[in-house]
Design a protein around this ligand. Structure first.
Ligand code: AMP
Length: 419
């Protein structure tokens, strides 16, 4: 038997209802904040991700689905969306059309990680990217947006962690300070961290290695060496969050895995999803557009993992979405009436009534059982003496009442059902 690829999931029935409800909520909230949806291809040239995310990140070095197409071009299934959005922004000169572009997306991403609960190889993110403004209010808006969605779902055990990486210059200066601090500990660092020491020393904060963690505990923090401007920026973000009622904590070790962040970084974690606790993360990336060959353009964004959010909801016993019930089930008594039932069903369906009928030549009893099973609100029984009078029996399944309706006046039946 051919199975789905490991770490990629099929979704159907109740599970899809939950996804649709989450997607609907996400869209509503993004639209309220006046974000426009952006859709980009699922694959891009490999060098886009190598250049933006960074060669030495786990994503680029180990996790990308990369292949060479028939023309010899190296192509990668997108592992995240920011690079694609910024690529599209540059390619279509969107900065010339509008000073500020606010985008959102709901899309599948691909990373070849070890699959486990809350970690898949094809997973889905919703997120936002705003390009063109250096205002701290947009940093705050990203955090508020993500928080709002999670709160409106009903999630409780959330904590918001924020940090600032300052300006590019401050970050550069801090790199030196951190290297100085680490030099005497170099031999004790893990092999991965030794590589990071050279290539991207900040990322040693992301290490899960016990010894690295111990060493990093006393490392100087970037947040403590921010200049006046960056500090004021960070203060403003915090003030806006407080006013919005978003509780947060400052986490000075939060540098995030990607190389292009400046100023604000944030993560929202949930106690309800075990080891994979980060539901979403993001931050400001003022350097990225330039790094990808565009004019320097400030940007800020976040991405949230939808599988993890739904897992957190399930663990907190939050019901997400409800399937709309069938409003009308048409039961036909005589088999010869099957096409009449089909025609009637089409009429109701065309009038916006969710309608079902039998396709399996079932007995009348079995059709009634099916109507019950799917919890149809009404049943229209077609056949017998009533049919000879051009009538049918309409049964209200919630109170069991029934009445004869005329098949010559379907508008009246429509009213009855919709009522
Ligand atoms: P990142 O793009 O790595 O910052 O991830 C943003 C969010 O996407 C994370 O907080 C997770 O919720 C989600 N995420 C990242 N990788 C995976 C994965 N392999 N499977 C499921 N969700 C993921």
């Amino acid at each position: 038997m051919i199975k789905a690829i490991k770490g990629a999931k099929d979704l159907f029935y109740d599970e899809v209802v939950r996804w649709q409800a989450l997607e609907k909520l996400v869209r509503e909230i993004f639209e309220n904040f006046n974000y426009s949806e952006i859709r980009t291809p699922v694959f891009e040239e490999t060098r886009l991700f190598a250049r933006s995310i960074g060669e030495e990140t786990d994503i680029v070095s180990k996790e990308m689905y990369t292949f060479t197409d028939k023309s010899g071009l190296s192509i990668t299934l997108r592992p995240e969306m920011t690079a694609s959005v910024v690529r599209a922004f540059i390619e279509h000169s969107l900065g010339k059309q509008f000073n500020l572009n606010k985008f959102y997306y709901i899309a599948p991403m691909f990373r070849q990680e070890r699959p486990q609960a809350g970690r898949l190889r094809q997973f889905h993110q919703f997120g936002a990217e705003a390009l063109g403004s250096s205002s701290p209010s947009l940093d705050a808006e990203m955090i508020i947006l993500a928080y709002e969605i999670l709160k409106q779902l009903g999630l409780k055990k959330l904590s918001v962690k924020i940090n600032s990486l300052g300006s590019p210059a401050e970050r550069e200066e801090y790199r030196k300070v951190l290297r100085e601090y680490l030099k005497p500990h170099y031999d004790k660092l893990s092999e991965t961290s030794k590589v990071r020491f050279e290539k991207n020393v900040l990322r040693i904060f992301d290490s899960k290695d016990e010894r690295d963690i111990e060493i990093m505990k006393d490392a100087p923090r970037l947040l403590d060496s921010l200049g006046e401007e960056s500090s004021a920026f960070f203060e403003e973000v915090k003030e806006l969050l407080s006013k919005a009622g978003v509780e947060f904590e400052t986490d000075t070790a939060l540098v995030r895995g990607l190389d292009y962040y400046t100023h604000t970084t944030f993560e929202i974690v949930s106690e309800s999803v075990g080891a994979q606790s980060a539901l979403c993360g993001g931050g400001r990336y003022d350097l990225l557009a330039e790094q990808l060959g565009g004019t320097p353009t400030p940007g800020v964004g976040f991405a949230a993992g939808m599988e993890r959010i739904l897992l957190a909801c399930a663990n907190e016993e939050i019901e997400v979405g409800k399937k709309e019930k069938v409003k009308l089930y048409i039961v036909r008594i005589e088999k010869e009436l099957k096409n009449k039932a089909f025609e009637l069903a089409l009429f109701f369906r065309r009038h916006g009534i969710k309608t079902e009928l039998d396709y399996l030549s079932r007995s009348v009893k079995a059709q009634m059982r099916e109507a019950n099973r799917i919890e149809a609100e009404h049943v229209l029984i077609l056949g017998g003496e009533e049919f000879l009078k051009n009538e049918a029996v309409l049964k209200n399944m919630s109170d069991g009442s029934q009445k004869n309706v005329s098949l010559a006046n379907l508008e009246a039946v429509l009213k009855e059902i919709s009522g």
